[in-house]
Design a protein. Structure first.
Lengths: 330, 342
């Protein structure tokens, strides 16, 4: 590999993701002029907002060296209970929000507690709890949809509106986008600027060293899994807000997409790596790919193959980076 | 064999004492006890209905598919990895065989030739995917979760793209007979599964590469420095794993009389659950076919028993997840203080 390319790759995922996104944008907008319009871009971001929030939550767990695939089940349970509270029990907005976020965080904490108590790998625990949460939800809900939301939950909230009068050029900044940006900023601040964030990276990078430096392992893990659970609950509620109903298994099946986005963005399955910016670029890349292929009329099935190739490429690139760094250290 | 027993500190005492020690040490005694308790419990709760020939036959028919896929998951787990592409590989093999059998490419009057050709095509594809997966895991220096996730996505995407998500069905009777044929009163699929289990068990305990799988799972670098070509160990692990998926694919075709890109998706995580329930260490390095075999029987007994009791099938999965957590808790309590692991 030429040294310029190697140096570029070693700058990290943000560099090559940024380059890929620019290339993709150029290709798609040449093929289909409507792709690069501001309104299509904003639609694309809104469509990806729920996935982005989940990926940011998963990033925090990946940073501490764990993995959690039960977040979609957590999101479904929290969403369904919140929808139930809002429609059948007619609870006010704040109470519904509290139930939603509380259930999400509690289910995340159950994972952390089991991982700590049973000294088991996070993937095994989260596989068990995933089947537990999903099966219980399907059993108690009987697979029934919940609709007829109160207007505060289902009405679209437009925070900012500009562009062509009512036509296709209209740009709307809606609630999901605002929440996503808020979550991203908060998490980035937490990871980069707070003492807790440094502890999260330290623990993920070298758990043994972190333990000896006096970091409270149970607290760190509880925080990471609880935070993911909280964000999963929030993402579930936002998804219900967008579609105006709650389907028990609506959030299932997207786990691997979220994991792929986080890993593309530079998070490592062995912990201690990854940034909110990288994850957002990963989400943007996948969302653009899906939207662009759709616009130029390529079968959506093809997207899955490209997703797989992207994961493999990112896996090999992180291998190249690891080798390069090892070489420098030696 | 010697490396495995040495690692477990089993002294050379002959006869039943060695057997007892091996049983108690490998944790299979607990699983056996759980299996007995479940069987007795369901027999009492369902007098004359659980302990019957028809229930037993139904169970023996249902275990093999999940069992073969769980074997396919066992090898990568012991080597310290995981294979998330097993379901996609099985469906790919099934679709390729189904396509060849139904497309009319083959001469119509030679059913046996057609089936053999189809089986060969499926095996060849499985071999290819297995070799590629193994090569990528062995050389990419990336986590196997990531590599096999990528392979899964590519393989599954290709299957869905080529079939447009539709199933392919309508196979010759000779192929369907695999599912209904019995030998000595035991369904043929269960024989196939038992034979595959035996072969994988022998591979792991009696061959050079098999023992090396445990070593790679315990410490990859140390194994490499002790002069073992760890790349070939990993490549063979993922190749055998994918070939087991091909076997599972044949049984699935015989049972459903069709193949599709989205069959058996819920099995993926259940195979991991079964392996861990059977005593496989998800960090790698430990685990035996016998434990997995018992775990599969336990899961099947729970599922059949609850089904006969009229419990919602949704709840069965919850009970499975709960069983795994409970067994891990018991194991942890039993080993606490004696083994300082990780």
């Amino acid at each position: 590999m030429p040294s310029v390319v190697r140096q570029f790759l070693q700058r990290g995922p943000s560099a090559y993701l940024g380059a890929l996104i620019v290339i993709l944008a150029l290709v798609f907008s040449t093929l289909e002029s409507s792709f690069f319009s501001l309104s299509n871009m904003v639609d694309l971001v809104e469509g990806a907002s729920v996935t982005a929030i989940l990926a940011i939550g998963l990033l925090v767990v990946l940073v501490v060296g764990g993995i959690d695939i039960s977040f979609a089940a957590t999101a479904s349970v929290a969403q369904y209970l919140a929808a139930y509270a809002a429609t059948r029990l007619r609870l006010p907005m704040l109470a519904v929000l509290a139930i939603n976020l509380g259930v999400g965080a509690a289910l995340g904490l159950v994972n952390a507690w089991l991982i700590d108590r049973l000294r088991a790998t996070s993937i095994i625990i989260s596989i068990s709890t995933m089947s537990l949460y999903f099966a219980l939800l399907m059993y108690f809900s009987g697979g029934r949809y919940i609709y007829g939301f109160p207007s505060w939950l289902s009405d679209p909230v437009v925070l900012l509106e500009f562009g062509g009068a009512g036509g296709d050029g209209m740009v709307r900044i809606t609630l999901p986008i605002a929440v996503m940006v808020g979550v991203a900023l908060l998490t980035a601040f937490l990871l980069r600027r707070s003492a807790l964030g440094r502890q999260l990276y330290a623990f993920g990078g070298n758990p043994e060293a972190a333990k000896r430096a006096g970091i409270n392992v149970f607290f760190i893990q509880s925080f990471a899994y609880g935070y993911l659970g909280l964000l999963a609950g929030l993402a579930g509620l936002l998804q219900a807000h967008r579609v105006g109903e709650s389907v028990p298994n609506a959030m299932g099946g997207g786990e691997l997409f979220v994991l792929a986005a986080a890993v593309l963005g530079g998070a490592s399955l062995s912990g201690g790596r990854g940034s909110v910016g990288g994850v957002m670029l990963g989400i943007l890349l996948l969302a653009m790919l899906r939207n662009g292929l759709n616009l130029i009329g390529i079968s959506p099935y093809f997207f899955q193959i490209l997703l797989g190739l992207a994961i493999l490429a990112s896996a090999s690139l992180s291998g190249v980076r690891a080798k390069g760094q090892r070489g420098l250290a030696a | 064999m010697s490396a495995v027993t040495a690692a477990k500190h089993v002294p050379e005492t002959p006869g039943w004492m060695q057997l007892r020690r091996r049983l108690t040490h490998s944790g299979n005694a607990g699983l056996l006890l759980l299996l007995l308790v479940l069987c007795v419990g369901f027999s009492i709760a369902l007098p004359g209905r659980f302990a019957s020939i028809s229930t037993l036959t139904a169970m023996l028919l249902q275990v093999p598919e999940l069992g073969l896929l769980a074997l396919a998951m066992l090898l990568p787990l012991i080597s310290g990895g995981i294979n998330l592409s097993i379901i996609a590989s099985a469906n790919m093999a099934a679709l390729a065989m189904a396509w060849l059998l139904t497309s009319g490419v083959l001469p119509p009057n030679h059913a046996a030739f057609g089936i053999v050709a189809a089986l060969l095509l499926g095996a060849l594809l499985a071999l290819l995917v297995g070799l590629v997966t193994g090569y990528l895991v062995a050389t990419l220096n990336a986590h196997p979760i990531l590599v096999t996730l990528g392979v899964m996505s590519v393989v599954n995407g290709a299957c869905v793209l080529l079939t447009r998500g539709k199933p392919i069905g309508g196979f010759p009777d000779a192929l369907l007979a695999i599912g209904s044929h019995t030998l000595l009163g035991v369904p043929l699929p269960f024989w196939i599964f038992s034979l595959a289990s035996l072969l994988v068990g022998l591979y792991l305990s009696r061959t050079r590469y098999g023992v090396a799988v445990y070593m790679v799972g315990s410490n990859l670098e140390a194994t490499r420095y002790s002069g073992i070509d760890t790349r070939w160990v990993l490549i063979s692990v993922y190749t055998i794993s994918t070939l087991l998926c091909w076997l599972a694919a044949i049984l699935m075709m015989a049972r459903f009389n069709s193949a599709s890109a989205d069959y058996a998706q819920s099995y993926l995580l259940v195979t991991v659950l079964a392996a861990v329930l059977g005593g496989v260490d998800p960090f790698g390095g430990f685990g035996e076919v016998s434990g997995l075999f018992l775990a599969l029987l336990i899961l099947q007994v729970i599922s059949s028993g609850l089904n006969l009791l009229g419990v919602d099938p949704q709840l069965t999965q919850a009970v499975w997840g709960g069983t795994l957590i409970a067994v891990m808790a018991v194991r942890y309590v039993m080993t606490r203080g004696t083994v300082a692991k990780h």
